[in-house]
Design a protein around this ligand. Structure first.
Ligand code: ATP
Length: 245
């Protein structure tokens, strides 16, 4: 059931009929969604619904079968991951994918080097160290010695080194203590305030609907519900399935 058409004054991302299959497993069966510039849009759903597959397919990493992805007015459906990042869309993957034996600074430089051509790496690095003071303190420490929350910040900072316009965030709160989760969510809200557009996959439905402008709910590879964050918070489906009402 669609609750309402989400108002998209200027969509930065438009996805139509996105299908992904892993061998015989049809993970996405035709996903349509749109993300307006400057907003936080959240993608919710049970384990295995297809949220990660959606994010991965958007950056060219999943076994995409069909569908059209238009980003910033351009059809990027057939582009390789590095071309997509260079155009301004980047993914902070589930599980953070930190390299334990590399230092914090090496992660930042890697993030910048992989995505060169979108601004001055040294300047962006300075900006990251201002935005993430804890990373500045730990700059020459091996990333494996960071706490879970610090690793999540590092994973986000590494993504931001490409100066994206759209950040895809996959389960940033995974495995973190409640206070740390609050910290990460404050950080995400702060990124939006600075103009970043965010597509957020989260298990923490309550928190994500607090910071999001709108959202989609997935089940079995399809979008089954969508609306503004307020509409979703008040929907009986969401309350029953996720908010324990
Ligand atoms: P979770 O929150 O558990 O990560 P999700 O909503 O992100 O779930 P996906 O990870 O996208 O869901 O998985 C969607 C479906 O595709 C699931 O049935 C999953 O088992 C399957 N799947 C995902 N990745 C692969 C893969 N590499 N090979 C085979 N099947 C996969």
């Amino acid at each position: 059931m669609m609750m309402s058409t989400i108002p998209t004054p200027e969509p930065l991302l438009e996805v139509n009929g996105l299908k992904v299959a892993y061998g015989a497993v049809e993970a996405l069966k035709g996903v349509d969604l749109s993300v307006a510039r400057g907003q936080i849009v959240t993608l919710l759903g049970a384990n295995g619904a297809g949220k990660s597959s959606t994010l991965n397919a958007l950056v060219g990493l999943a076994g995409k079968k069909a569908g059209r992805v238009v980003f910033d007015g351009q059809d990027i459906s057939a582009m390789a991951p590095e071309q997509i990042v260079r155009r301004g869309m980047t993914l902070t993957p589930e599980g953070r994918r930190i390299f334990p034996s590399l230092t914090v600074d090496e992660h930042l430089l890697l993030g910048g080097a992989m995505h060169k051509g979108r601004g001055n790496i040294a300047e962006v690095r300075e900006d990251m160290l201002t935005r993430f003071p804890i990373l500045k303190e730990r700059l020459n420490q091996k990333a494996g010695s960071l706490s879970g929350g610090e690793q999540q910040m590092l994973a986000i900072a590494r993504s931001l080194m490409s100066s994206p316009d759209l950040l895809l965030l996959d389960e940033p709160s995974l495995g973190l203590a409640p206070q740390v989760v609050d910290l990460i969510f404050d950080l995400i809200a702060g990124l939006r305030q600075r103009g970043l557009t965010i597509l957020l996959v989260e298990q923490n439905v309550q928190l994500s609907l607090e910071i999001a402008d709108s959202g989609y709910v997935m089940a079995n590879g399809r979008i089954v519900l969508s609306g503004t964050a307020a509409e979703l918070r008040n929907s009986t489906e969401i309350q029953g399935a996720y908010l324990g009402a």
